[in-house]
Design a protein around this ligand. Structure first.
Ligand code: BES
Ligand code: MN
Ligand code: ZN
Length: 513
């Protein structure tokens, strides 16, 4: 990741290769905006017809003014001033960073926007300087992400350093705090992206487990991995059965961030559960070959859980946090799970397998039941669970279902704040009738309609008495088209959402005591 620093100083004296300034639409007729531009360029600058720069989002224009310590000035379109938001700032940060890289720029300095402009970015009680630093840095860090590990010719690591200019030392401190937080959550998001994008011959259950162990060593959280023998001994018939068609054995990855107040004062933990299907061919109910390759990302939920543990540890969040990732590869083979098989899960319940491609719920059933053993205050699972949620919500919103209205409200808010937005789907009883089995306790598919909901209905049977939220990230964690600050492929969606959620939940708990 690039270096982003903060320094108090004026735009005129900042000596970087390029000075970056964000401009709103309609700047030509706004006295303030053209005033700032005049002070930077020392001239009444009228855009030549045909430069195409009107200040719309994603536009850039490069100028060579005299009288600046920096030789070049990059104008970045910020869009309409009235609907300015943290998300728009993330996009502007990404646009700027990508333009700088494309120009081969080494160092850049960013002009601090007017306070009037950044003030609305912060929620009540929050520091606008911090909100500004966080959002622009997120846009830059995430926008520059590439998965080029397998390319002989790598994308250059540019710009090498970006300085955010601050008008005062208190603003400098606030911006620095925001950048520091962004660095941690974006590094974690990029870890989740890397794990998702890695192919199935690199990431399989054992190597996903080693990736979790290295993250734990690096960032200071504990990791245990249970092997196939242990998985069977624990009665995890779903996880064992889904893995049976592959020569790669399953793993149950269990992570713990202790937080403060461990020992006998330990509060009940939040448990995160992530689907870790390292490749999903569908099994005997095999998928069509078109698009099957993207099923290397069917462990995106597991990657989000590993990455969230990493961020929680690095931020030293006070609460205890457990992460559980059941990992398996779903392949057809001589010993593969068959349609019609009946499995016994960790909680003793049986499931009838109607379709071996509905494998995520079979392994999550065991993991959710195992999670209940922690007596958690809340369980959140993250899974690329259904194509049906992509039909319902596209690649824009994560499907959310669960039984804890308070947690879901808080997740909705964190979704708006991080723009990793979630949308609730109902869990009406009628849907439960669709997964009735004649011969087992439950059936693993509910027919054609309402597939994201019947999948959640299946999971619900294994959550015991826990408060629980399910996040179906099938559409949001795997992008078919690049977004503003995420390339095609794994997006890492869920990490910033969960870290913001956990941080705010703990802040609230602290305030109540
Ligand atoms: N991993 C898939 C869901 C998926 C689809 C994730 C598209 C990302 C993009 C899951 O295991 C699956 O195959 N679900 C089936 C369930 C069906 C057989 C009931 C589906 O959605 O088609
Ligand atoms: Mn599947
Ligand atoms: Zn799957």
């Amino acid at each position: 990741m690039i270096r982003i620093g903060v320094r108090s100083g004026t735009a005129r004296d900042a000596s970087a290769d390029v000075l970056v300034h964000m401009m709103f639409e309609g700047w030509q007729t706004s006295p303030e905006e053209s005033g700032i531009l005049r002070s930077l360029t020392g001239a009444d600058f009228v855009p030549e017809k045909g430069t195409g720069f009107s200040g719309k989002e994603r536009e850039t224009l490069l100028l060579f003014p005299k009288g600046l310590a920096s030789a070049r000035l990059l104008l970045v379109g910020a869009g309409s001033r009235t609907s300015w938001s943290s998300e728009r700032l993330r996009r502007a940060g990404a646009t700027a960073a990508k333009a700088l890289r494309a120009m081969g720029v080494r160092t850049a300095a960013v002009v601090e926007p007017e306070r009037r402009v950044t003030a609305p970015l912060a929620a009540p009680g929050e520091d606008p300087a911090e909100a500004y630093g966080c959002a622009i840095a997120e846009g830059m860090f995430l926008g520059l992400y590439t998965f080029d590990r397998y390319k002989s010719k790598r994308t250059p690591d540019l710009p090498a350093a970006v300085t955010l200019l601050a008008g005062s030392s208190s603003r400098e401190k606030g911006i620095g705090k925001g950048v520091g937080y962004a660095r941690v959550v974006c590094a974690a998001t990029c870890l989740a992206r890397d794990l998702s994008n890695a192919p199935g011959n690199e990431i399989y259950p054992e190597t996903l487990a080693s990736a979790a162990r290295s993250a734990g060593r690096r960032s200071g959280f504990a990791v245990r991995t249970l092997d196939e023998k242990k998985i069977r001994a624990l009665g995890m018939g779903g996880l064992a059965a889904v893995a049976a068609g592959s020569r790669r054995p399953p793993r149950l990855i269990v992570m713990e961030h202790r937080g403060t107040g461990a020992g006998k004062h330990a509060r009940p933990p939040v448990v995160l559960v992530g689907k870790g299907v390292t490749f999903d061919s569908g099994g005997i109910s095999i998928k069509p070959s078109a698009g099957m390759a993207e099923m290397k990302m069917d462990m995106a939920g597991g990657a989000v859980v590993i990455a969230t543990l990493e961020a929680a540890a690095r931020l030293r969040l006070p609460g205890r946090l457990i992460g559980i990732v059941p990992a398996a590869e779903n392949l057809p083979g001589g010993s593969a799970l068959r349609p019609g098989d009946i499995l016994r899960h960790h909680n003793g319940m049986t499931s009838e397998v109607d379709n071996t491609d509905a494998e995520g719920r079979l392994i999550l059933a065991d993991a959710l039941s195992y999670a209940a053993g922690y007596n958690p205050s809340l369980v959140i699972d993250v899974a690329t669970l259904t194509g049906a949620v992509v039909v319902a919500l596209g690649h824009v919103a994560t499907g959310m279902l669960g039984n804890d209205a308070g947690a879901m409200q808080a997740l909705r808010e964190s979704g708006e704040r991080t723009y990793e937005r979630v949308w609730e789907l109902p869990m009406f009883e009628e849907y439960d009738a669709l997964i009735k089995s004649d011969i087992a306790d439950v059936k693993n598919v509910g027919g054609r309609w309402g597939g994201a909901i019947t999948a959640a209905m299946f999971l619900r049977r294994f959550t015991g008495t826990c408060r629980w939220v399910h996040l179906d990230v099938a559409g949001t964690s795997i992008l078919e088209e690049p977004a503003d600050y995420a390339p095609r492929g794994g997006s890492g969606v869920g990490v910033r959402l969960l870290v913001d959620f956990l941080r705010r939940r703990e802040r609230e708990r602290g305030a109540r005591q």
